[in-house]
Design a protein around this ligand. Structure first.
Ligand code: A2P
Length: 294
């Protein structure tokens, strides 16, 4: 099973991937962290105790992440660093160069996890979509076999994309990172991926900019009952599904607050109330509909 039921005690409680590599159960997200603000934000996160940092070449902030890592003085093996291949580098040819460019910007000589940021879809590529994903994955498998990355995976792949990939893959993806927050739950997809022994990560776990997850009255009521914030309730709801949340904040108090989610438990009834929430904003992109030309 790709989910986890072990007792989690803090953000660095380890979750085992299907290749045996351990990933800290909460990661620090950097989506939409301004490049100039990134080094300070990641430094604050490392100082607060996060050891799992999630970035992507799209975010244009890998250099800031790398600077923070370097200046933190932490040992490389104590960190778990993820980056992602952008859509402009889909296919076999560009992957290794794009991977090396990410490493160079980060100032690292290996990654802990490398993800295909989005699947190529039929709307954009017709019958070639599956072939593009297969070719991209073949390069990922080679990077893994060459020992340049400790785990490889996907992002924004729905179970049907994953199943298609598994028809030809020689290595099963270890992770799939998808948008998950109250109002955009992916309940069935999470279960299906976990049955495939793939660990699910949640991007945008607070709904992201402009969402109403954190001000929703049901979320507020549950938060008050536990003496917690709505952000903490959202993150706890994700963890209790056996999913790794990746909260982003550039503020030290929120960075710390988002770690304090191990001293309370949501009841089944509260979980169900959150699952029932609808239309709270977020990006909510359908991976089969979105077209990328950048
Ligand atoms: P900021 O970086 O200014 O703190 P997500 O992780 O879903 O992408 O959401 C991140 C958004 O939520 C950002 O706009 C972030 O803003 C804000 N945020 C992060 N943590 C908290 C928190 N504990 N309370 C309120 N807002 C938060």
């Amino acid at each position: 099973m790709g989910g986890f039921t072990i007792t989690l005690v803090d953000v660095n409680s380890p979750v085992k991937l299907n290749n045996g590599v351990e990933i800290p159960c909460v990661g620090y997200g950097t989506f939409r962290t301004e490049p100039v603000a990134t080094a300070a934000a990641v430094k604050a996160a490392l100082q607060a105790g996060y050891r799992h940092i999630d970035t992507a070449s799209l975010y244009k902030n890998e250099a800031g992440v790398g600077q923070a890592i370097k200046e933190s003085g932490l040992a490389r093996e104590d960190l778990f660093v993820t980056s992602k291949l952008w859509t402009s580098d889909w296919g076999y040819e560009n992957v290794k160069q794009a991977f090396q460019a990410s490493l160079d910007r980060l100032g690292l000589d290996y990654l802990d996890l490398y993800l295909i940021h989005w699947p190529a879809n039929e709307k954009q590529f017709g019958a070639d979509a599956a072939k593009i994903n297969v070719e991209t994955w073949r390069a990922f498998e080679e990077l893994y076999q060459e020992g340049k990355v400790r785990a490889i995976g996907l992002s924004n792949f729905m179970p049907h994309h994953v199943k298609k990939l598994l028809e030809t893959a020689t290595i099963k993806p270890m992770v799939d990172q998808i948008e998950i927050h109250p109002g955009w739950t992916h309940e069935a997809e999470i279960k299906e991926l976990q049955v495939m022994d793939i660990v699910v990560e949640a991007w945008g776990p607070l709904g992201g900019q402009g969402a109403t997850v954190l001000t929703n009255p049901v979320m507020q009521e549950i938060a008050t009952a536990h003496g917690k914030t709505t952000a903490q309730v959202s993150l706890r709801w994700i963890l209790q599904q056996g999913v790794v949340p990746l909260p982003k904040s550039v503020h030290a108090n929120r960075i710390k607050q988002n770690m304090e989610i191990f001293d309370f438990e949501l009841t089944d009834e509260e979980m169900a109330k959150i699952f029932a929430l609808k239309d709270l904003g977020g990006q909510c992109k359908d991976p089969d509909e979105v077209i990328f030309n950048y």
